[in-house]
Design a protein around this ligand. Structure first.
Ligand SMILES: O=C(O)CCC(=O)C(=O)O
Length: 293
């Protein structure tokens, strides 16, 4: 490397170390045109102010039919009492799941909430049938102590393949509770005042890791088939472990850069070996920069 190039590289590194961190729900200049093009400003504001939002028309309704079939098929392969009701570790097991995980509206809003370089947290399907019980009130970042950090750590999309209504067992929510930045107390769990999140087929509900929510009982026939897709800020440990996909050469060759990033391909964690002299600094510098955007 010549002297000028060397100085330039050092300058770049210093700039990245000292770069300003975006505030919670501040949208980077680079992302603003995408938010504008995808018409997501209302969603950004609702997610910040209410802790949740409904994103309209993330995909064509036919994709939801495909996703429903896939969740039902995998749920039949589940062992034990969850057979027919739940299908875990769905990323990388069917192209339709990978496609939904990287839909442009989902990726853009996720970056606003949990930052650049976000990880795939958990991809699990659930099937709710008539008479199935309600789920209690909780905040999703349930293994994290309060007070929750101001920067959101975790974002959950509830992708209902058939749409979602109150009597069909919709998720229910306490709008604004994310501002408390803590878990609900036992008294607050007793009789929570929640509202149902009703969603049309092809649209999705999404909430942050701090907002209190529950799920209603289904009182009508049929099914509510949901892909629960959780994304996490890059420094938090993902719930699912998809490392095996990064070791699958064929999968990696065919996966989009967005998907590989969700799987953690850019991360510096674990890159030191006994003979490497330390962590992969190119990856470290990239991540040090992304973590602030
Ligand atoms: O199934 C639901 O409606 C909500 C599930 C839930 O609480 C979650 O995915 O965090």
């Amino acid at each position: 490397m010549g002297k000028a190039a060397k100085e330039n590289a050092v300058e770049n590194r210093i700039e990245r170390y000292s770069q300003r961190t975006l505030g919670p729900y501040e949208v980077s200049e680079a992302l603003k045109p995408t938010i504008e093009r995808l018409n997501l400003w209302t969603n950004v504001n609702e997610l910040r102010d209410q802790g949740y939002t409904i994103v309209q028309d993330v995909c064509e309704p036919e994709l939801m039919d495909e996703l429903r079939d896939v969740i039902h098929a995998f749920a039949e392969q589940t062992d034990g009492p969850a057979k027919g009701y739940a299908a875990a570790m769905l990323l990388g097991r069917h192209p339709v799941v990978d496609k939904v995980a990287t839909l442009p509206k989902i990726l853009a809003l996720t970056e606003v909430s949990v930052g650049k370089g976000m990880r795939a947290g958990q991809f699990i399907g659930s099937i709710k049938r008539e008479g199935m019980p309600a789920l209690g009130l909780h905040a999703d970042q349930n293994w994290m102590p309060a007070p929750f950090p101001e920067h959101n750590l975790l974002l959950t999309y509830c992708i209902p393949c058939e749409g979602m209504t109150a009597e069909g067992g919709a998720t229910t929510i306490v709008p604004g509770s994310q501002n408390l930045r803590r878990h609900p107390t036992s008294e607050e769990l007793e009789d929570p005042v929640t509202i149902p999140i009703e969603v049309e087929k092809g649209s999705v509900a999404v909430w942050d890791g701090s907002v209190w929510h529950a799920s209603g009982a289904r009182t009508i026939p049929g099914t509510r088939t949901v892909l629960h897709a959780t994304y996490q800020r890059l420094y938090t440990q993902p719930i699912d472990n998809y490392d095996y996909l990064l070791n699958d050469k064929k999968y990696v060759e065919n996966a989009s850069p967005e998907l590989l990033s969700l799987l953690g391909t850019d991360l510096f964690y674990g890159t030191a070996t006994p003979t490497s002299g330390g962590t992969n600094m190119d990856k470290f510098i990239k991540i040090a920069s992304m973590s602030k955007e």
